[in-house]
Design a protein around this ligand. Structure first.
Ligand code: MG
Length: 383
C-alpha cells in the first residue's frame, strides 16, 4: 500500500519587497513596487498594500503607477535577493532531509514518514517561525499530500499564513477556487477554459478528463488531475536537481586566448539560451579545463541566480583567469550550470543595461523561431 505523503510548499511573501524592507524600514506598511523606471519596465514584485489598488506583478510599471500613484518604486537588486534566498535555503537544508528549491522564493519539503515522531503540521509551523525569526522575512506554507495542492494552499494562506489540507479533502478544498489558482493555467489556457464556460475548479472536477484532453491535449489531462487534487510528482532533492553542461574538445590542443574565450562565450550563450527557454535560472557555474596531458581541473562558484549570458559570461571569464594559470596547451574546456531553479530574470530591473537586454530578448525570439544558429552575437561580449 502506498504511504500517504506529506508535502509542504513554502513561499516567501512578496519576497523582493520584504528584502528591500529589511534594508529600509521606511518602506514598511507602504505600497511598494519593485522594478525599473523606464517606459518598458514591468512590476517585478509589489507589496500587499499596492495589491489593494489592483496592482500585480508583471503589470507595466506605468499602469501600476496610474492605479497607485503614491507607490514607492524601488529598483531591484538581484544580488541581494539571491543572498537572502540562499540564507533561507540554508536554514531549510539544516532541518529538512528532503527538499527541493523550486524558485528564488519557493521550496518543497517531503516529510513523508516523519509524522509519527513529530507531527508534520506543528513541526513545519515551528520551522516557519524559525525562518521568520532568523531572516526577518515573512513566509507562508501549505501542507497536503501532494505538491500542487500544497502550492495552491500556500496561495490561499498568504500573506504570512499557513494552511493544511487533510488527505482525502483535496477536491473539497479546490472546488470553490478559481481555475486561475492552478499553477499551470496561464493567460492563454485561462481564456480557453473561460470560453468553455469554466471558471471554478469544481467544474473541472465534474468534467470527463477526455473532454479536456480533446481541447487542450496532454495539458488538459494534467490540468484535470491538478483540479482534482491529484499529483504524483516527487520532491526532487537539491542534490539531484539537474544541471546542464557543454564541452568542447579541440582538434589541435590550443593555448590561444582568443580561441578559448570565444569557445567559452559560445558555450555560455547556448546554455543561457537553454536556461531561458526552460524558464530556469542558475545559481552555480563550473568551469572545466583538460590539458594536453589529460590533467583535468575544475572550479566552481556560486553566483546570484540569473539566466543572462552577459552576467554569466563575466563570471566564467573570472573563473577562467583563476583556473588557467599554467599556460599549458588545452585539450578540452567545459561549462556547467547547476543549482537550477525556476524563474525568469526580471530584465527590467536594470535600466542601464536595457539596450543589451532588449537586444538579447529580440535574439531569443528569432532563435526560438529559426534555431540557435540563426543569430550570433559575434564578439559582442568578448572583451
Ligand atoms: Mg513568493
Amino acid at each position: 500500500m502506498d504511504m500517504e505523503r506529506h508535502i509542504v510548499h513554502c513561499d516567501l511573501d512578496s519576497f523582493f519587497v520584504s528584502v528591500e524592507r529589511l534594508q529600509n524600514s521606511s518602506l514598511i506598511g507602504k505600497p511598494v513596487l519593485i522594478g525599473g523606471k523606464s517606459d518598458r519596465a514591468v512590476v517585478a514584485s509589489c507589496s500587499y498594500e499596492a495589491r489593494k489598488f489592483g496592482v500585480h506583478s508583471a503589470m507595466p510599471m506605468k499602469l501600476a503607477l496610474r492605479l497607485c500613484p503614491e507607490a514607492i518604486v524601488v529598483q531591484g537588486d538581484h544580488d541581494s535577493y539571491s543572498y537572502h534566498s540562499n540564507i533561507v535555503t540554508e536554514i531549510i537544508k539544516e532541518n529538512v532531509p528532503l527538499f527541493e528549491k523550486a524558485s528564488i522564493d519557493e521550496h518543497y519539503f517531503d516529510l513523508t514518514g516523519m509524522d509519527r515522531f513529530f507531527g508534520c503540521w506543528s513541526w513545519t509551523r515551528e520551522l516557519r517561525q524559525r525562518i521568520i525569526t532568523e531572516t526577518g522575512l515573512p513566509i507562508s506554507f501549505g501542507l497536503s499530500a501532494n505538491k500542487t495542492t500544497s502550492k495552491i494552499a500556500t496561495g490561499q494562506a498568504k500573506p504570512c499564513g499557513e494552511l493544511k489540507v487533510d488527505c482525502g479533502t483535496e477536491k473539497h478544498f479546490l472546488a470553490p477556487l478559481s481555475i486561475r489558482k492552478i499553477p499551470m493555467v496561464g493567460d492563454k489556457t485561462y481564456t480557453q477554459l473561460r470560453n468553455m464556460g469554466i471558471s471554478k475548479c469544481l467544474t473541472l472536477q465534474q468534467m470527463e478528463v477526455f473532454t479536456l484532453r480533446r481541447v487542450l491535449g496532454e495539458n488538459g489531462i494534467s490540468i484535470w488531475k491538478k483540479a482534482n487534487g491529484l499529483d504524483e510528482s516527487p520532491v526532487v532533492s537539491f542534490q539531484q536537481q539537474k544541471s546542464m553542461s557543454k564541452e568542447t574538445t579541440y582538434q589541435n590542443d590550443t593555448i590561444d586566448m582568443e580561441v578559448l574565450r570565444k569557445t567559452l562565450a559560445k558555450m555560455v550563450n547556448e546554455l543561457a539560451f537553454d536556461l531561458r527557454k526552460e524558464q530556469k535560472l542558475t545559481g552555480c557555474i563550473t568551469l572545466k579545463i583538460r590539458y594536453s596531458n589529460f590533467d583535468t581541473h575544475t572550479k566552481q562558484i556560486r553566483i546570484p541566480y540569473t539566466n543572462s549570458d552577459r552576467v554569466i559570461d563575466e563570471k566564467i571569464k573570472e573563473l577562467f583567469t583563476k583556473l588557467y594559470s599554467r599556460r599549458m596547451l588545452i585539450r578540452l574546456i567545459g561549462v556547467k550550470f547547476s543549482h537550477l531553479i525556476s524563474g525568469n530574470y526580471q530584465t527590467d530591473l536594470f535600466n542601464d543595461r536595457e539596450k543589451d537586454l532588449q537586444l538579447a530578448l529580440a535574439m531569443d525570439r528569432i532563435r526560438l523561431r529559426h534555431g540557435f544558429k540563426s543569430v550570433t552575437r559575434g564578439g559582442l561580449f568578448i572583451q
